[in-house]
Design a protein around this ligand. Structure first.
Ligand SMILES: *Cc1c(COP(=O)(O)O)cnc(C)c1O
Length: 419
């Protein structure tokens, strides 16, 4: 930290700098902050939920990749390693972040493309088994790409969308899901952590509700993978997708992951039948025949270069442990909460995220009418949250790369600008 925030004991009664110093001193993950590339001129980075920071050594790892795997081994690397990277990297993510046994996860396309493949695959399997299951359930506050993909799949397959009206300041509840699922439901698509409010849905209970209606669930884990513990196998989830450039620090445009539970491997078929997901791709044979197991989720040539930073960052997450990450995440968002809650009411800042730990993901959203302009000025100063219309400032506090002192100094900068 280069800038020390001004201590505001008089106004709030609490010396937040001292509180943060104690929390940092007691933080078992404190040393991980220095395992990320330093960012010159940035004093507080609150956007780990949008673009995670690069792990230290990422540049060297990419250089080594260019010189060795690509530059020297050349095309031999496909056989020696790269062909297996979608499944192998998928297993690394599954083990570190998803609570999934190996053989059920691949890293492949973008989140959007994988969402399409998985939603189409699950919907088709359901309609095949029971033509009356023509509904896809999702919520009005789901991430735009999820809504658009579902609209496309529904139009393509003559299916109907059933919308849950989610509260933008919280998210989809078990009761809301129970109300809409029926013998007509094919698939339910929900985000585990709501991108706007940070609301953490009860994935285990909702999955049970969906199954009780004979439907399948597809979870979007973009805002939970790497931040909130996920137990896909234990929760009996059918399928999930998520991106790797947020809390998984894979870098801009790093490929997404898709999980499909073992029990569906022979019945669920994704729609983009490409040669890389075919049995024996180099036989170049006639007709598509899916490769056995999770490999059939792959369509074309895997984005190998883009997996290099991800493989490094997932190893870092595995070393820290997702439960320790979650503990720190809650402590970071608690601190941010307490600081904002201590501000005088006339500043007009409200918190639009759940207070209860069991309902809170990895970020907090605070609201004020002029946060669009405030955000722009913060960015100029090297304090970097992000803005979500109409008036939300999102504080994405990535536990491995964020210190408690950073939370205090960044929020002090917000307060200075609005006072
Ligand atoms: C970030 C995010 C996405 C992003 O999709 P891309 O295809 O990677 O652009 C999708 N869904 C949710 C919930 C997200 O938070």
């Amino acid at each position: 930290m280069t800038d020390q925030p001004t201590t505001d004991v008089a106004a709030t009664g609490t010396d937040w700098v001292a509180v943060a110093a104690e929390l940092d001193a007691a933080d078992p993950l404190a040393a991980f902050v220095d395992r990320f590339e330093p960012a010159e001129g940035v004093t507080a980075y609150f956007d780990g939920n949008s673009l995670g920071r690069p792990v230290r050594g990422t540049a060297q790892e990419l250089a080594r990749f260019v010189e060795q795997g690509w530059g020297t081994r050349l095309i031999r690397s496909w056989d020696e390693a790269w062909m297996r990277w979608p499944e192998e990297t998928g297993d690394l993510v599954a083990t570190a972040a998803l609570g999934a046994a190996p053989g059920q996860t691949v890293v492949a396309d973008s989140t959007t493309v994988l969402l399409y493949k998985m939603l189409r695959a699950l919907a088709d399997a359901q309609v095949r088994a029971d033509p009356a299951r023509t509904q896809i359930v999702l919520d009005t506050d789901n991430f735009p790409t999820d809504r658009y993909v579902a609209e496309g799949v529904a139009a393509e397959r003559g299916m109907e969308l059933v919308w849950i009206e989610a509260d933008p300041a919280s998210g989809v509840t078990e009761e809301q899901v129970a109300e809409v699922v029926s013998e007509r439901t094919a698939v339910v698509l929900i985000s585990h952590v709501a991108y706007r409010s940070g609301y953490l849905a009860d994935a285990a209970a909702i999955t049970q509700r969906v199954h009780a209606a004979g439907a399948l669930v597809l979870w979007d884990l973009c805002h939970s993978a790497g931040s909130v513990p996920v137990h896909l196998d234990a929760w009996d989830v059918d399928a999930a997708v998520g991106c790797t450039y947020k809390y998984l620090n894979g870098g801009p445009g790093s490929p997404a992951f898709a999980y499909l539970a073992q029990r569906h491997h022979t019945t669920v078929r994704q729609p983009i039948q490409g040669w890389m997901g075919r049995r024996d791709p180099f036989l170049m044979g006639p007709g598509y025949e899916p490769a056995p197991g999770i490999r059939s989720l792959v369509s074309g040539t895997p984005p190998v270069v883009a997996m290099v930073p991800l493989r490094l960052s997932v190893a870092l997450l595995a070393e820290a442990g997702i439960d320790a990450v979650r503990t720190k995440s809650l402590a970071l968002t608690d601190l941010a909460w307490d600081i904002v809650a201590s501000w005088p009411a006339e500043l007009g800042v409200t918190i639009a995220s759940p207070r209860a730990h069991e309902q809170r993901g990895g970020h907090l959203t605070i609201r004020r009418h002029d946060f669009a302009e405030v955000n722009a000025r913060l960015w100029e100063q090297g304090v970097i949250p992000d803005f979500r219309a109409p008036d939300g400032l999102r504080l994405g506090l990535a536990p491995l790369s964020t210190s408690f002192a950073e939370v205090v100094s960044g929020l002090q900068a917000v307060r200075d600008l609005i006072s």
